[in-house]
Design a binder for this molecule. Sequence first.
Ligand code: PMP
Length: 361
Amino acid sequence: MTVSLDDLPLRDDLRGLRPYGAPQAPLPVALNVNENTHPVPEKVASDILDDIAVALRDVNRYPDREFTELREAFAGYLGHDLVAANIWAGNGSNEVLQHILQAFAGPGRTVFGFAPTYSMYPLLAQGTGATWVAGVRHPDYELTVDEAVAQVLEHDPDVILLCAPNNPTGTPLPLDVIEAVYEAARGIVIVDEAYQEFAPKDSPTALTLLEGRPRLAVSRTMSKAFAFAGARVGYLAADPAFIDALRLVRLPYHLSALTQAAAIAALRNAPIMLAMVDEIVAQRDRISATLEALGYEPHPSWSNFVLFGGVSDPAATWRALYDRGVLIRDVGIPHHLRVTAGTEAETTAFLDALASIGSAS
Ligand code: PMP
């Protein structure tokens, strides 16, 4: 007898939900999940490996539960007078976000974000038993202070997730919107800056707003700019009291000694790791310019991907690219597709494949 999910005594609020499901197909050009497609530079890889080898000698013992050295390294990387007490980390920023929702969302509470936004937010909210509430954006995906505040006041959520720049649209979020949302909100405000390093140099970060705002948290990840997606390291900055709340829900020793060693070594090499960012930004801008020339409608992006409209049949275009060895993402927005900026060669492969399919409708 084959057992299906429906046969199991699953929580009622999880029935009918679908898991996160970006396809993982072994295609030569994979530009579908906003990874950094550049490998970690050889020199840094061997430095990281040395530190992992040292950590391995003590792997019979549990790791530092407070990952103090790693938190100090993140504080140093972020600047803005942050110290280790302001920092938290997890196995990817997804886990960091999950910790926040475990502490501040849960049954009977609501989690709010402006759709379309990162597809994991509803799943993370529902996973804690909370209700996801989707707000709306302008057709160009931007948000004004007045509209954002009006929606926050209307829904009065317990937790607000602001994705800046926003995935899957690439749209930046001005600091005055974040400030106004915080003032209007009663609950927690999370600014997810997963793609911040790809924004124009010296563009504003919500880290500058942390002082005096204990309900605010700014999350980041090493998965994108640091080319560390497979290592699973995300982090956040917030008031030390906020960090104390996360200690209540994390599993003891949740960051392995090997993860901690790898992340500390990678942060020590931050300038070399981040040297790839400029190249990725150049490819992103090349994608936007070429898409426009091909008759598509790319949305302005401050991230490492481009969402483009003007696609008459996204499923057909996605499939035609797939058949040409190029994997991109159909994020479910009508007449749109999203592509990650790859290396120069991968980007060329995508643009050539798209051009070979025929022009936009
Ligand atoms: N936030 C956003 C906006 C993302 O796009 C992603 C990854 N796609 C994440 C968080 C999670 O990344 P990770 O868990 O790898 O840190």
